[in-house]
Design a protein around this ligand. Structure first.
Ligand SMILES: CC(C)(COP(=O)(O)OP(=O)(O)OC[C@H]1O[C@@H](n2cnc3c(N)ncnc32)[C@H](O)[C@@H]1OP(=O)(O)O)[C@@H](O)C(=O)NCCC(=O)NCCS
Length: 168
């Protein structure tokens, strides 16, 4: 799924200066702020490199919690009555315009699923905040479902994600 791309944690040697996803806010955050957030333990950041070590995409992943009230009554029926569910937040995700449409966005999501599955504190679900309708279609395409309480916020329970990946 990762194809020719290598996905690894962001380090200082990665050249972020020319990264261009077409979304100015996501590019600025990546160039100017993410390392400070990593230092403060607010997030981790993982990057995709092409075979020439060009930076093709990134995403951030942090611990979060999801109020059970954000889920539909149908989802809640299948869960114990805990008020908060442990979650992994994909805070930002972007692919450089040169690398679009090759499944790299999907590979970044699979990488996030994999890291969340391996995390020692248990994570029930990934959550994401889609910036617009395009991003929402992208997350739906990969199996995320909208939260009942917030239509541009999506979730994907990890057990479900693991099953989907196995059947591919
Ligand atoms: C959204 C984004 C990450 C997709 O990256 P990508 O590597 O091109 O994604 P993929 O190749 O894995 O896309 C797979 C599918 O997602 C859907 N998709 C991707 N981008 C989409 C968009 N902008 N609008 C609607 N659907 C989209 C398509 O259905 C695509 O399926 P296809 O291959 O059958 O056409 C990229 O366009 C991007 O960085 N956009 C700017 C930032 C952004 O919106 N980030 C989202 C988080 S807020």
């Amino acid at each position: 799924m990762t194809g020719p791309f290598l996905i690894e944690p962001l380090v200082g040697a990665h050249d972020r200066r020319t990264f261009d996803s077409g979304n100015a806010a996501l590019d600025r955050y990546f160039r100017e702020q993410v390392t400070q957030d990593i230092r403060r333990r607010l997030t981790n950041c993982f990057v995709a490199l092409d075979p020439e070590a060009r930076l093709a995409g990134y995403y951030t992943l942090s611990a979060a919690s999801l109020p059970v009230t954000a889920l539909s009554a149908d989802e809640v029926k299948r869960l114990p009555r805990y008020p908060l569910l442990p979650a992994g937040l994909i805070g930002r995700l972007a692919v450089d315009q040169k690398f679009r449409g090759q499944g790299l966005g999907g590979a970044l999501i699979v990488d996030a699923i994999d890291r969340a599955m391996r995390a020692e504190p248990a994570i029930f679900t990934l959550i994401v905040e889609a910036k617009d309708d395009g991003a929402a279609s992208f997350y739906r395409h990969y199996g995320f479902r909208p939260l009942a309480s917030r239509p541009l916020s999506f979730f994907l329970p990890l057990a479900e994600a693991a099953r989907q990946l196995k059947t591919r």
